[in-house]
Design a protein around this ligand. Structure first.
Ligand code: MV4
Length: 502
């Protein structure tokens, strides 16, 4: 096992990985930029090294500086977390050249899965159901011909894309010329690669992804699926496991497909194989995420497997600590991503100083966070400041705990997505499980200009802090009184009635 690891990331994911190091008895080091001098991850690491100015490209993305830091600190391995250098094949290659273990998949797998057409060819060769479409990049002329063959509507996608960038829905041939132009230019500026391919458009799909672990010997397990259909502009906002659509048979099928794709790509480490699922529960391979994902905790909550520790063990050449038979999914987990964004103002970023914070806890509650009371949320990086993950014996209990935990969760000084999650947790479509990737756009778009009603404010748990920070409390009824007519009880009853559906 490694003696010392460099965690080349920041915020909640750096903290998460540093915790795994501590549990494994591995000495940890981390890196920080100017603005992160006092950041939480710096405090959780055994050592922290300054790597440059605040802009990510000069610090967290500075490959040579990070490698040099790992060597200086005497680290045998680097964990990249997610984002930044996590899916950067050049970085993985540089680690290898310097004799440092990259805690992630082999660089060849990053390159292969980074090309969506190579990924589709690999998946197809492995026998995975792939969305009908092309397996090669196309010229403008080929796009028009192939689109006719596939049949409109089609999705025009960037070969180097993923996550929705450079993607265009094209309903008919008259829209094609301008769609090609826009997609190529978007892809060119985002990935420096303007090549495109085509897929048949899947209407109102659900995003279901399979978590896998594969060791360097090629032994693998799947840890079940995550339902990630609640997204906003291709950013996931809520994830849960299991998916309400899943059956045991379907899970086994999807899990085995995911492992076959991974093996065909020469993959090892933790990874995620993404699928789109249509209204008939047919699933199609979408892409492979060659990294630890933001939403990994929901899988940890239902399987009890520590994905980060397994990932480190695999990187060190160790065996998986579990076989497929050991993997049991128990209960239901839901993750609410807490972003420093204003849900009442089109999710505008809301950087600033956190002047007050109360974290939820109690039964079935986990909070992974990158901030603390007094912390500054900088504008330079991803606005995710933490995640609330709840576990319940079933989906109903998980939702009840999410509501309860959200009602305890207070962050003052910046705007957060907490009130947004409160709304989703009371939304009938979400509660019924009958939602797809259009959920936020169709049902939840109109939070602009809305104000949280006083009752809601109390349910949010803000009263206690208001008492000290603002003069709101005197204007409200006492918490006890309001509680008696709190919307939560009502919705809680409605929810109980729905239990039979799942
Ligand atoms: C699609 C699709 C429909 N048909 N591909 C968006 C993000 C990227 N990872 C893939 N995406 C989609 N690809 C075909 N052939 C619909 C989406 C899509 C979507 C997928 C998952 C979650 C949310 C989404 C929101 C809009 C569109």
């Amino acid at each position: 096992m490694f003696r010392k690891i460099l965690v080349a990331n920041r915020s909640e994911i750096a903290v998460r990985i540093l915790r795994a190091c501590r549990e494994m008895g591995i000495t940890s080091a981390t890196v920080y930029s100017d603005v992160d001098r006092d950041a939480l991850h710096v405090r959780y690491a055994d050592e922290a090294y300054y790597v440059g100015p605040s802009p990510a490209r000069e610090s967290y993305l500075n490959i040579e500086r990070i490698i040099e830091t790992a060597k200086k600190a005497g680290c045998e391995a680097i964990h990249p977390g997610y984002g930044f250098l996590a899916e950067n094949a050049e970085f993985a290659a540089r680690c290898q050249e310097e004799g440092i273990v990259f805690i992630g998949p082999p660089k060849e797998a990053i390159v292969a899965m980074g090309s969506k057409t190579v990924a589709r060819r690999t998946a197809r060769a492995a026998g995975a159901p792939v969305i009908p479409g092309t397996l090669e990049p196309l010229s403008d002329e080929e796009i028009v011909t192939k689109a006719r063959e596939i049949g409109y509507p089609v999705m025009l996608k960037a070969v180097s894309g993923g996550g929705g960038k450079g993607m265009r829905l094209v309903e008919n041939e008259s829209e094609m010329a301008s769609a090609i132009r826009m997609a190529r230019s978007e892809a060119k500026s985002a990935f420096n690669d303007d090549s495109l391919y085509l897929e048949k458009y899947i209407e109102n799909p659900r995003h279901v992804e399979m978590q896998i672990l594969v060791d360097k010997e090629g032994r693998g397990v799947y840890l079940g699926e995550r339902e990630c259909s609640i997204q906003r502009r291709h950013q996931k906002v809520i994830e849960e496991s299991p998916s309400v659509l899943m059956t045991e048979g379907l899970r086994r099928e999807m899990g085995e497909v995911a492992l076959k794709v991974a093996r065909a790509a020469g993959y090892y480490s933790a990874g995620t194989v993404e699928f789109l699922m249509d209204a008939n529960r047919r699933f199609y391979f979408l892409e492979v995420n060659t990294r630890l994902q933001v939403e990994h905790p929901v899988t940890e909550m239902v399987t009890g497997v520590d994905i980060v520790k397994e990932m480190i063990r695999i990187a060190a050449g160790g065996d998986l600590s579990i076989s497929q038979d050991d993997v049991q999914m128990r209960g239901h987990a839901i993750e609410c991503r807490i972003y420093a964004e204003d849900p009442f103002n089109n999710f505008l970023p809301s950087p600033g100083t956190i002047i007050g914070m109360r974290l939820p806890d109690g039964p079935g509650v986990r909070v992974d966070r990158g901030v603390f009371e007094g912390a500054v949320v900088p504008m330079e990086y991803d606005p995710i400041i933490g995640k609330l993950i709840v576990w319940g014996r079933d989906r109903v209990e998980a939702v009840e705990r999410a509501r309860r935990a959200l009602s305890e969760f207070v962050i003052k000084g910046i705007k957060t997505t907490i009130p947004f999650h409160v709304r989703v947790m009371e939304n009938p479509l979400f509660l019924s499980g009958d939602f797809d990737t259009t959920f936020i756009d169709t049902v939840f778009k109109k939070m602009e200009g809305e104000r949280v009603p006083r009752l809601m404010d109390i349910a949010l748990g803000t009263v206690a802090v208001h008492k000290y920070l603002e003069d709101v409390a005197p204007k409200t009824a006492s918490p006890v009184q309001v509680h008696a007519e709190s919307p939560w009880r009502l919705y809680g009853r409605k929810l109980q009635l729905r239990t039979g559906l799942w």
